[in-house]
Design a protein around this ligand. Structure first.
Ligand SMILES: *Cc1c(COP(=O)(O)O)cnc(C)c1O
Length: 367
């Protein structure tokens, strides 16, 4: 038996997808399942979301698309993270749709396609203010003045919002204005754009004007958002549990774990957990984080190690080896969320979820 497991609630995933659909109505949903579906397991999550009504999939890399195709998934897959010349044959072979973020990428892909094969469907990405992947406005307008390469078929135009979850929303509104401008320019130039899309989770929750022809939720499918008001309608899908492997009593003044960064100030009962940073349980949680044992939060003492972590259970009666310890999720009335862990680690829920190591078994549960 695995001592540490990651449990994924399939009903929670379906529920969260319904919350997207409830907001966007008939706009097709590109479920973003990059990074092993934010740590939840790409193939089972994808199957669940497709059965529940997602229309297309978004991944970061060709290898991620390949994993889904090898599992027999036939839905359209958008590869959003940029491509290299040696990716082009695989894109064709696997029917993956690349997002092309630059003039060079467009002409590279066009040149590498055989003129006799069917045109490669592509989406273009325009940079509307994030200064990351995407054609600049000038580059895009320049493309509109050139002839569209016959070996590519333009299926979509997308952009990405830098701050949809932050501040007063002005930055996102500005990006939406620029995106609309570029769509209008394409229309005037006679370049048909079948599908325009820009909305991530935060925009789905906050900017109905961002829906266009597709939406691209990631985080909210997994039950998290950066806007607390909307969190209530979502259900975190992932729980992370382990079992106590040893319980030991130590005296006062006893240093704990590497470097002795914690020293007991009383006779203490320590519980040793067989989980550590190699599992994605961040070393930043050392002397800061908590786990749930017997329905109560108990503190991590000393440094989180590669495969082991120590917690102080002195205040709980009768803790035994084999008892469950919840790292993330609920136990009785208590809960630890990815946002709680993120706060200790000085990061965001996204990173907490996708750093959970693939070495841990994922178990998929109906409630
Ligand atoms: C990851 C990603 C998304 C999903 O973002 P969330 O904030 O998780 O909803 C959407 N679009 C692109 C291009 C992405 O890379």
């Amino acid at each position: 038996m695995n001592s540490t497991v990651v449990e994924i609630s399939l009903p929670a995933l379906r529920h969260n997808l319904r919350q997207v659909a409830r907001r966007v109505g008939t706009v097709p949903i590109i479920a973003v399942v990059k990074a092993n579906a934010y740590g939840h397991g790409a193939v089972p999550v994808t199957r669940t979301l497709l059965t529940a009504g997602a229309h297309q999939l978004g991944v970061a890399t060709v290898a991620e698309g390949q994993e889904l195709r090898h599992a027999g998934i036939t839905a359209p897959i958008l590869v959003m993270g940029g491509i290299f010349p040696d990716d082009v044959p695989l894109l064709q072979e696997l029917s993956l749709i690349p997002v092309l973020p630059s003039r060079d990428a467009i002409f590279m892909a066009a040149r590498l396609m055989h003129s006799r094969s069917a045109p490669l469907p592509v989406h273009l990405k325009v940079d509307t203010g994030m200064s990351r992947l995407g054609l600049t406005r000038e580059e895009f307008l320049d493309i509109l003045r050139s002839d569209w390469p016959p070996t590519l078929r333009l299926e979509g135009l997308m952009s990405h919002l830098a701050s949809a979850d932050a501040g007063d929303g002005e930055s996102a509104e500005n990006q939406l204005v620029r995106f609309r401008e570029l769509l209008d320019a394409a229309k005037s130039a006679g370049l048909a754009v079948p599908a325009a899309h820009i909305a991530n989770s935060a925009a789905i929750l906050r900017f109905p004007a961002s829906y266009f022809d597709r939406v691209r939720p990631g985080l909210m499918l997994y039950g998290y958002v950066n806007r607390p008001a909307a969190a209530a309608e979502l259900r975190p899908a992932l729980s992370w549990k382990t079992r106590i492997v040893q319980v030991k009593r130590v005296g006062v003044g006893q240093p704990v774990s590497y470097g002795g960064t914690f020293v007991t100030s009383r006779p203490s009962t320590l519980a040793i957990l067989p989980v550590g940073y190699a599992d994605g349980y961040s070393r930043a949680l050392s002397n800061k984080g908590h786990v749930l044992v017997r329905g109560r939060a108990v503190p991590i003492v000393g440094r989180v190690c590669m495969d082991l972590t120590v917690v102080d259970v002195s205040d709980l009666p009768d803790v035994r080896p084999g008892d469950e310890a919840v790292l993330l999720g609920r136990q009785g009335a208590a809960a630890i969320t990815a946002d709680d862990l993120a706060a200790c680690q000085d990061t965001i829920s996204y990173e907490v979820l996708c750093q959970i190591s693939p070495r841990l078994t994922r178990v998929y549960l109906e409630d």
